[in-house]
Design a protein around this ligand. Structure first.
Ligand code: URP
Ligand code: ZN
Ligand code: ZN
Ligand code: ZN
Length: 485
């Protein structure tokens, strides 16, 4: 097979920064060193050569709130590649009562058009013997080791605490990792009804109905339930100090918990919901909602200090027309925002560009940490010999102003409209294929492959050993008194 050499760049990984060339063949990195030659040369002078981004949280063509999110695997993975992301992890969502394996078939069918590699998390949207049994097949035969639970969306996707505990217990037994959308769905439902009754019908009421307390409470509850079940826990879309505080405290106590802020929560704040233009505010409705600057500072501090582990997008893009389902009733505005294309340039600009993150921390939270937590490292998330050649070559001098007119995503607006970003991909390689060449797209639809992920990652093994050692034991006693009469 012809080889490609990425020449004269500076390699940046989660722990090292050094000058070297990277040689690629058959979709893999085969050599790293000085003065390498290949059949094709990609000039990376002045650029940083990094593992391609991994977005651990997307919803492509997701059936939700009476419609489907508008970016599918075709446009969504193109948008990912355009922004330097070479793998996405989407959520397979069974309908209540539906077999997990049937839901997976639907996701298998949807994902054949992917241009970059992808994997799935399974969502646990209901509980019963069938779910309990099928979990084993999903983990052992389908290469899925992460399962999301919604504590929000009462009457739809939400599960109760008894179901949560049962599911976490089963996952601990299977060596898989539970994930949680942590908002107290019961309280959100009460607050929403009250707001509507008081005439608060606009998109700003979405934010009022989901204050940080509902997130802090649910995060802490999920952490404690996971601890009692003996499972690690991954908390998706952490948006506020209350949730971060619960995660931070748990980590300091030795609990195995990871937190995932989104690029949207890091860079956009709640004032978006007070915009006089209904469309502007509704386009930014997502759960949890955007917060104030103090919460943003907390999230940035968490990334720098390591109490928060990864940055995702929760890409779930609805058009303006779809958002308008909620005119007159904010609870009917489809929840979700886009970001796949913008995560890397936005985090580089507002993280590395401001000194909030080092380049190595940037690589960790956009790629390497994610691959480790999801147990697909070093196939993904690494610039190492033998790793998949999923590579982003970032030109730190290249800049643009984000605008919906020029985006790949299929929706008609962009929540980051007007933001100026500096640091954009010069090349993006997906398993060795150049999908972005000098900033121009040349991806191949259907090139993406499913990435199977094994259970029993090192953290799962260590935690189950600790839980076994510290499990309740009967005390051996002699001279037990006779039972009383
Ligand atoms: O508002 C959001 N986050 N929509 C996508 C579904 C979810 O809750 O992750
Ligand atoms: Zn060859
Ligand atoms: Zn969620
Ligand atoms: Zn989500």
């Amino acid at each position: 097979m012809p080889t490609k050499v990425i020449k004269d760049g500076t390699i940046v990984t989660a722990d090292l920064t050094y000058k070297a060339d990277v040689l690629v063949e058959d979709g893999k990195i085969i050599e790293i060193g000085q003065g390498l030659k290949g059949d094709e040369t990609l000039d990376a002078s002045g650029c940083y050569v990094m593992p391609g981004g991994i977005d651990p949280h997307t919803h492509l063509e997701m059936p939700f709130m009476g419609t489907y999110s508008s970016d599918d695997f075709e446009s969504g993975t193109r948008a990912a590649l355009a922004g330097g992301t070479t793998m996405v992890v989407d959520f397979a969502l069974p309908n209540p009562g539906e077999s997990l394996l049937d839901a997976l078939k639907r996701w298998d069918n949807k994902s054949t058009s992917a241009s970059c590699d992808y994997s799935f998390h399974m969502a646990v949207t209901w509980w019963g013997e069938q779910v309990f049994n099928e979990m084993e097949t999903v983990v052992k035969e389908r290469g899925i080791n992460t399962f999301k639970h919604f504590l929000a969306y009462k009457g739809a996707l939400m599960v109760n605490d008894d179901e949560l505990y049962s599911s976490f217990m089963r996952l601990a037994e299977l060596g898989a990792t539970p994930m949680v959308h942590a908002e107290n769905g019961d309280v959100v439902a009460e607050l929403s009804a009250k707001l509507l009754a008081e005439g608060n019908t606009g998109p700003e009421a979405h934010a009022y109905s989901r204050p940080p307390q509902v997130e802090g409470e649910a995060t802490n509850r999920a952490i404690m339930i996971a601890d009692m079940a003996g499972a690690p826990l991954y908390v998706v879309h952490v948006s506020c100090e209350e949730s971060h505080e619960a995660i931070r405290r748990a980590k300091m106590q030795g609990k195995r918990v990871w937190g995932e802020p989104l690029i949207q929560h890091l860079t956009l704040d709640e004032s978006e919901y007070f915009n006089k233009d209904w469309d502007h505010a509704a386009r930014r409705v997502m759960s949890p909602p955007f917060r104030n600057k103090q919460h943003q500072d907390s999230l940035w501090a968490g990334l720098g200090s390591g109490t928060l582990s990864v940055v995702a997008t929760d890409h779930c893009a609805f058009t303006t027309e779809q958002k308008r389902y909620g005119v007159g009733d904010f609870t009917k505005i489809p929840n979700g925002t886009g970001g796949l294309e913008d995560r890397i340039p936005m985090l580089w600009t507002y993280g590395v560009g401001t000194g909030r993150l080092t380049m190595n921390e940037f690589v960790a939270v956009t790629s390497t940490n994610i691959a480790k937590i999801l147990n697909c490292y070093p196939k993904k998330g690494a610039i190492l010999v033998g790793a998949d050649a999923d590579i982003m070559v970032l030109d730190p001098e290249k800049e643009k102003t984000i605008t919906a007119d020029k985006q790949v995503s299929s929706i008609d607006y962009n929540v980051f409209e007007g933001k100026h970003v500096k640091g954009l991909p010069r090349y993006v390689l997906t398993r060795g294929m150049v999908a972005v060449m000098d900033g121009e797209m040349q991806e191949k639809q259907g090139h993406g492959k499913f990435v199977a992920r094994e259970p029993n990652a090192t953290v799962n093994k260590a935690l189950s050993k600790w839980k076994e050692l510290t499990a309740p034991q009967p005390i051996e006693r002699s001279g037990i008194p006779a039972t009383g009469v």
